[in-house]
Ligand binder design. Sequence first.
Ligand SMILES: Cc1cc2nc3c(=O)[nH]c(=O)nc-3n(C[C@H](O)[C@H](O)[C@H](O)COP(=O)(O)O)c2cc1C
Length: 189
Amino acid sequence: MDVFEAIRWRRSVRKFAPRKIEREKVLQILEAARIAPSSSNRQTWHFVVIDDKSIIEQIPRQVAMGDKLIIKWLKDAPLVIAGCYTKAMTHYIAQLFGHENHLVDISIAMTHICLAATALGIGTCFVGWFHHKKLKKLLGIPNRYDIAVLLVLGYPADESTGQGIGGIAPRPRKALEKIVSYNRFGEKF
Ligand SMILES: Cc1cc2nc3c(=O)[nH]c(=O)nc-3n(C[C@H](O)[C@H](O)[C@H](O)COP(=O)(O)O)c2cc1C
């Protein structure tokens, strides 16, 4: 699968087959994050790979914000990767100029993970709906780190790929002309 296919075929998958993701594939996926670009090449990220069922099951029970049902499906996932970041001096300096590069860095790395997983036939879903403090405690994450996002991974329960990975139809997207400008914001491309 080339990168365009992976981008096109990716869906948020929330139903998983009871099948572990092979260690070689997990390493391949993590390598995609390791070689991702980052501002000033600081690589201030850390990836917590969680395959312990007893921990995964606690995530929706203990750390969902508001309605716990929102991420109830997560308990059946075989793997969760917590994308964590801390800040280097360059990030603090960038912030003075209004740049949130630390968040951009971890987001790029997690996207690499997501697309690498898709290319290997693995379903993924980003999850941002969690209680940061409680999740940091559950995962033993040091104070200087924060969690940007979770990526939930697993082989899709539905193996058909008719409409995309997991047999899931694409969700609607805005038309290009609504999200693209030409030279200056608002000018038609
Ligand atoms: C930063 C981020 C946070 C998200 N948080 C959640 C979440 O907490 N629970 C959930 O079920 N889906 C979550 N999603 C998935 C989105 O709902 C999904 O990507 C969007 O509806 C588009 O659907 P698609 O991924 O199938 O194209 C999140 C996605 C992103 C990028």
